[in-house]
Every structure is written in C-alpha cells, then in structure tokens.
Design a protein. Structure first.
Length: 601
C-alpha cells in the first residue's frame, strides 16, 4: 500500500507566499488611497493673505480704509491696546502704566524703555507727543483726528480755524502743544473736559506712535518748539494735505512685530518679521498681502493653498464652509450695514425722475417727510435680507446702540417688518397724495458689493408689493461714478457698512445723528434735541447717567428715523487649517493681527 505525506509541498508553499505577497501589495496601495494624505504646507514661514482693494498710502494718521489700517496695526503700535477679546478693557502697550487725576482731566502715561523702532532708533516720550500732535495738526478731512482733538482742545477740528488769522493760528498751536506734554519718562494729556472713551480712542490706528526723527528726515512736520515761536504759526502748512503730497506715502517706521519690506502698486504689500521686536520676534517670517479683485480667483487661491487666508464677503460664506483644508473663526462684531435717507437731493439728480410727486419721480425733499421714512422702515423684510446677504442673527435698533458694546439697551425701540404699518404711513404721507399717484426713483450700486445689490433688490420687491404705483429701478454703476454721484448730492438712498472707531456709543451717536457729524451733513438732517443729548453723553462720566442719556437718544432717533440699521455682522474669518491661531480675536479689529500666528502641518 502506498502512503502519502500530509505535509505542505514546496510548490504549495511558494504559491502561498505569492498570494500573501500580492495581498500585502494590494493592501498597501488600498491604504495609500484611503489613508489621510499628509498635508503639504505651501510657503512655510510665510502667510499669504488675499483681499480686494489696494492701499493709497500707509500714513497711519491719514487713512481710514481697513485695508491700510490692518497693515498699520501690525507695523505700528499705540500707547494702550485691547485686553484679549474685550472691547472695553485695556492693557498697557507702549505705555508701561498710566494714572488719571480725580477730576478726569489729566492722564499720565509712563513710557516703556528700550523699545526699538524699525530704523534702530529708541522710543522716547517725545516720539509719542510728536505722533499725537502730528495727527491733530494733519487733520485730514474724513479722517479721525477729531476723536482726540475735541477732548484736548475743545474744538472738533483744527480745519475750522481761519488760517489767515495768525493770532488764532498761534493760539491753537500753543493749545495743542500745551495739551500734550512729555518729559524724560512720561507723556501727559490735559483734557478740556472728562472724556470717558479716551483709552478706547488711544487704541486706534490713527494714534499710532511714529519715530519723530524719521518723519522729519522724510520732510514731515518738524513739530512744535517752545524756543521757536514761529512753529506755532507754520503748522497749517501740514494741515489736510492731498494724499500725493504725503512725505512718506508708501513708507513705514514703527515699533510693531512686522516691518514694511516692499509695496507693489495694485499687486501686493510684503511685511517681514522685525527680529528686535520688544515682546519677542513673531513666529511668521513674512506676510504677503495680495490684492485680488475677482472673487473666483480669491476663492481658488484659498482652495489650492496659494493663499493662507482671504477676506470674504458674507454672501460667499456658504461657498467656503466645508472646503477641504479650510477652517473659519466666527465672531460677533460691531460692524453694521445701514441705509441712509437723503433729505435734500440735488434737483439735477438723474435718479429722481421728474423731480415731482406725479407718479414719474419724487421731489428732492421726498425723504424729509417723516411719514415716508417710517413707511420705508416698516416695509423692509429685514429677516429675509439678513438671510440672503449676511450670515448674522444680530440686528440693533440704531447705529450706536450696538450689541456687545457698552450701554447697549436690549429693549430699545426698533423698526421691524410690518406691511400694515408701512401702508398706514404711506397713506398718511402727503395727505394721501403719495398713495394715490405713486412714485418712481432709482437706486445705484457698484459691482463687488453683493450685500448692497441684494438689499436694494429686496427693498424694491417689498416696496413695489405694497402698491403697483410704487416703482424703484436699480442700476449698477462704476465706482468712480458712484463716488461722484454721492459727492454731488445726487443719491437717493445710500447703503454702507461701518465699524465704530471706538467701543463707545458716542462715536456713532455723533457721526450718524449730530448735526455736525459726517452723515447728517451728507443727509441734511438736524435735530437740536438730538445734538443736546449727544453732547451731554460724551461729557458725562457717571455710567448710570450716561446710560439714561443714550436711552433717551434711542427713543428720539427712533421717532425721527433718519436712517435704518439693517444688520450687525457676525463675521467669519476663513483660513487654511495649517495656520495655527486666530488673527481676528477682538471684535474691534479692522483686519488680521498676525503676531502670535504659526504655520505648520
């Protein structure tokens, strides 16, 4: 009888090994396909930030555009700064400490020693004095010098001085110099009246500290000199200069964590790390800010990793949320979008049709009628606009009563969508004539601002739904044309967005409601009672009394309805996941703060 071995033959062993080997190879390739792929960080040590627009200068006292101010806050520094994410608590920055006199009229700041400017010069109290005085005497129309000029001098703007009156010029010059003093260790501010928001004001980019020696070498204002009386007479030469005459228009010299390396017009700004920064060098070597005007291009840059972060409009948030390798931070901010009515439109405006209340136009004083304003305020479906154009659930009652900022009154009256009330006020306006004959006018907007286009489209829909005789046309125009229409007072309704310059209600109360404020002058709006309350509010130190003043003001502007706040913005900041840290952690920031960020896999 034959016997057969029960062991595995050599051939079987070879076949088994081949099968195992093939399985391992196939398994490895499957793993490569399914396993998370390692992140390849582009441009290590460099942050590329894409945004629309482009700077017109880098002068910290001159510019108000956020695209410049976000650069300034990374290159220059101020006496004090925000404490973390708080909008109304402050920490020393270039000032080591400070104290205030019991009457609130004298503020004394001790200046840190040994801090270097980017040109190697050492910071002195005289640099601080010079920078604040320079901002006040420069006083560019539309800038924010008045935030400090008013409490220090008692006048809102030095541009109001008659420069032909040399005695008055000398007097104002000496007033400014005496209001801001310095010695070997301190800077002293002498106020004309107690000013509750002073620290909040001093955080702002317009009051950044510059190196006096560097400025003067560039041909800037030489400063006041008590031993040379003529310096109190010549300062108007540097007042409100045209942008093209700025002596260091595209140059910078601060004490901040980054310094200006280069600027290529319409293309990019490059900041490099300042290794001698007094708080220690930043972890990022360079910041490249690229100016990209097309949304599709900017989106693609973030998607491919060619940009580490971008400035996105709320209308595009849905396109970015969930994008692979991209994350975002969300922050409730005091940025508001608002609608302003023009009480006295220029009769030659191409946007008011016949210029009469005849169904084919509107008279120039159409919105001077309070019933018309209230009718529009009740006719707008705010919830739908916010859903379509903004990613936010916040809507304050007016421009200064902002959620999250001091003195917010949650129960303040505000206009909400109510078609029945809208019809009531439309029928009441012009004793019924408006409802019977109707009206027609045009709203214009510019490309690149989807929030405005969407809002105007929704207003058109809401208004026209009330009465077929109500007609609103929409027209897209070039930015240059829009600016010209606005400056020539030909606009009907204007929509814009703005964040307050300081975490205090006075800023927007004055700017949007006081007769000498920016917007009331554009709108031709004035109410003496409003002016009185705004003036009382800023000069009242007792917080409880201030709160009552702003409550009264809320009631008054609700009744007047010179304008409408559409939304208070919840902002999203989108960036690649390989960027570690949140550059937009404070609601008062105007852009990213790069110090403290890291970039890794």
């Amino acid at each position: 009888m034959k016997s057969y071995s029960k062991g595995i033959t050599k051939l079987q062993t070879i076949i088994l090994l081949i099968v195992v080997l093939v399985a391992c190879v196939v398994g490895y390739f499957v793993y490569l396909q399914l396993a998370p792929k390692p992140i390849v960080v582009k441009n290590p040590g460099v942050i590329v930030y894409a945004r629309p627009g482009e700077p017109l200068s880098f002068d910290p006292a001159y510019e108000t555009w956020y695209g410049v101010r976000e650069i300034v806050q990374n290159v220059y520094e101020t006496l004090v700064f925000y404490d973390g994410s708080s909008a109304d608590k402050f920490i020393p920055l270039l000032a080591e400490s400070w104290y205030t006199s019991p009457d609130g009229l004298t503020w004394v700041f001790k200046i840190r020693k040994g801090i270097k400017f980017h040109n190697g010069e050492i910071l002195t109290p005289q640099d601080v004095e010079y920078s604040l005085e320079r901002c006040i005497i420069q006083d560019r129309a539309g800038a924010r010098a008045y935030l400090l000029t008013y409490p220090l001098t008692g006048i809102p703007t030095v541009r109001a001085v008659n420069f032909k009156d040399i005695n008055k010029v000398r007097e104002v010059g000496m007033t400014i110099d005496n209001a801001i003093e310095s010695n070997a260790t301190h800077v002293i501010l002498h106020l004309k009246f107690p000013y509750p928001p002073l620290l909040s004001v001093l955080c702002q980019s317009w009051f950044s500290v510059m190196n006096k020696k560097w400025c003067v070498e560039k041909g800037d204002w030489p400063g006041f000199n008590k031993s040379d009386p003529t310096t109190y007479e010549t300062w108007p030469q540097w007042n409100n200069p045209p942008r093209e005459n700025l002596p260091h228009r595209f140059e910078m010299c601060g004490t901040g964590p980054f310094m200006l390396e280069s600027y290529t017009p319409a293309t990019q700004t490059v900041l490099k790390r300042f290794d001698d920064y007094w708080r220690g060098p930043a972890k990022i070597e360079r910041i490249i800010i690229q100016y990209v005007q097309e949304w599709s291009t900017m989106k693609l840059m973030l998607q491919t990793g060619d940009a580490d972060m971008i400035l996105a409009s709320a209308a595009h948030y849905d396109e970015l949320t969930g994008m692979e390798g991209v994350t975002y931070y969300e922050l409730d901010t005091p940025l508001i979008w608002y609608i302003q009515f023009n009480f006295a439109i220029s009769p030659d405006s191409p946007f008011i049709g016949s210029g009469k209340l005849d169904g084919n136009g509107i008279p120039p004083d159409f919105f001077a009628n309070p019933d018309v304003r209230k009718a529009f305020a009740y006719a707008i479906n705010y919830d739908r606009i916010v859903k379509e154009a903004f990613s936010s659930k916040l809507r304050p009652s007016n421009h200064f009563n902002l959620i999250g900022l001091p003195y917010y009154w949650a129960d303040a009256p505000k206009y909400t969508y109510d078609p029945d009330k809208a019809v009531y006020y439309f029928k009441k306006a012009y004793n019924g004539t408006l409802w019977n004959v109707g009206f027609k006018f045009t709203l214009f907007y510019t490309a690149g601002w989807p929030e405005v286009k969407i809002t105007f489209s929704e207003i058109k829909k809401d208004i026209e739904a009330l009465n077929p005789k109500f007609q609103i046309e929409l027209r897209e125009v070039e930015l240059a044309a829009a600016n010209q229409y606005f400056l020539s007072n030909q606009w009907v309704i204007e929509m814009d967005g703005r964040k307050p310059d300081m975490a205090d209600p006075h800023n927007h109360a004055y700017m949007f409601y006081h007769s000498t404020g920016t917007w009331p002058q554009y709108q031709h709006y004035s109410n003496p009672e409003v002016d009185k309350l705004v003036d009382e509010g800023i000069k009242t130190m007792d917080p409880s009394k201030r709160a009552e003043i702003y409550k009264k003001l809320c009631q008054l502007v609700f009744e007047d309805c010179p304008s409408i706040v559409v939304v208070q913005v919840t902002k999203r900041w989108y960036q690649r996941t390989w960027v570690k840290g949140n550059p937009y952690y404070n609601p008062m920031f105007v852009g990213p703060f790069f110090y403290g960020l890291e970039k890794g896999g």
